[in-house]
Every structure is written in C-alpha cells, then in structure tokens.
Design a protein around this ligand. Structure first.
Ligand SMILES: C[S@@+](CC[C@H](N)C(=O)[O-])C[C@H]1O[C@@H](n2cnc3c(N)ncnc32)[C@H](O)[C@@H]1O
Length: 210
C-alpha cells in the first residue's frame, strides 16, 4: 500500500508534499548506499566523476569532498526537476564555483562529451529506466577507457517491493542490468555483497572497455 502510493515518486520525485516526503525518505534511508558507492569508486582527487539519478544529493556531497585538486570535477544527472533543484541547493556553493555541474536530463541522453568521465556511480536508479541497454550504452559513451562504474543496491528490499509494481517491468533485476552493461562494452562486470554500518548491500562493478 505504502509503496504503491509512493512508487511513482521514487522513480521521478515531483514538487509538492509527496515529493518532499520522498526526498526526506531517500536522504534518510539511502545514505549508506550513496556513501558506499562513492567509497567503492576509488575516487582520485583529480578525477571527473558522474552520479546518475542523484536524488537529494547525498552522494554528490560525499564525492565532492574527495575531489580536492582543481582539476577534480563532479557531474550529476537527474531528470526530476525537483531533485535537480534540491541537490542544487545542497551543493550551491560548489555549483556556483563550477566544481559541480548538475544536468537536468535523462540518463539515456546526457549533454556530456564522449570519453571524459573517470568514475560513475549510482544508487537505486537503473530500476526505473525503460531501456537498460540504452542507459548502459550512454554511460559507456561518456566514460574513459578503463574507467570504473559502481552501482549499489539492496537486493533484499528490491525483491520485496518489486511485486508492488514500483519499477519499470523487470528491469530492477541486477542480472538484466549486468547483461546490458556487458553488451555495451563494459568488462569485469560483477556483483559483490558488502556491509557498511551493519547494513548488507550489493555493489555492481563494471570497467569501461573499448
Ligand atoms: C529512488 S531515487 C534514488 C535517489 C538517490 N540515488 C538515492 O539512492 O537516494 C531515483 C532517482 O533517479 C532519478 N531517475 C530515474 N530514472 C532516471 C533517468 N532515466 N534519467 C535521470 N534520472 C532518473 C529519479 O528522478 C530519482 O531522483
């Protein structure tokens, strides 16, 4: 019942009470996934890093702290106008200085040049993409060869809420996403169990190959 009501907001939060509530839940519930994705990316101070579906911006905040040299730069993409605005406010000083650039757009068509990104991370995002192959191909396009992509998820929660039709078809299944990554030129695609702050979650790793 709860997820049926909030489901559309999870995939695309909008301005208003329901969107505000969703944004608070995301920030409370997913901090561990966001921080872990950033940690697992192995970010170097001068990297160009991209977060997909950043939501309220907790992961962006954690990643920005690691980009300590002038060449280090952070990009974010979310097609929710409301999340674009919330994250923009959270990171307003870094956006103003040019260290962080947020794009209000779809993952499937990002206004980002080819082969410029070293690390990509995302949490709780790919389940909502109507075409996993298209999303994976677009990620590959913007990444440098050898760049690392990490996505974190809580499989147990997904299995529980998927029957309530919160997601786009069956695209929440990690195997389907990993197949799409492999078909789009990623190698060493694997999923591992991890634990942080007593929470067990899964991390999918993929390396951008030629
Ligand atoms: C469930 S929320 C997760 C937010 C945050 N990553 C977290 O884990 O708390 C999914 C986010 O992905 C965004 N999103 C979903 N599909 C997207 C797409 N195709 N392109 C861009 N953003 C997308 C939504 O707008 C939303 O902000």
């Amino acid at each position: 019942m709860f997820f049926r009501a909030i489901g559309p907001q999870l995939g695309h939060p909008t301005q208003g009470l329901a969107g505000w509530f969703t944004s608070k839940i995301l920030a409370w519930r997913n901090r561990v996934l966001e921080e872990s994705a950033v940690a697992l990316c192995d970010i170097s101070p001068g990297d160009t890093v991209l977060e997909l579906g950043h939501g309220p911006g907790l992961g962006l905040e954690a990643a920005a702290r690691l980009l300590t040299t002038p060449s280090g730069c952070l990009l974010g993409v979310d097609y929710s106008e409301y999340m674009h605005q919330v994250a923009g406010e959270r990171l307003s000083a870094l956006v103003a200085s040019g260290k962080v650039k947020l794009h209000h757009c779809d993952v499937a068509a990002m206004p980002i040049a080819d082969s410029i990104v070293d690390k990509v991370f995302h949490c709780n995002c790919y389940y909502f993409w109507p075409d996993l192959k298209r999303g994976a191909a677009e990620i590959h396009r913007v990444m440098k060869v050898g760049g690392l992509m990490v996505t974190t998820l809580r499989l147990e929660s997904l299995v529980q809420i998927a029957p309530q039709q919160v997601f786009t078809g069956e695209s929440w299944r990690p195997e389907d996403y990993m197949k799409a990554l492999q078909a789009s030129g990623f190698s060493n695609v694997r999923m591992e169990d991890r634990t942080h702050k007593h929470i067990t979650f899964q991390a999918i790793f993929a390396t951008a190959s030629e």
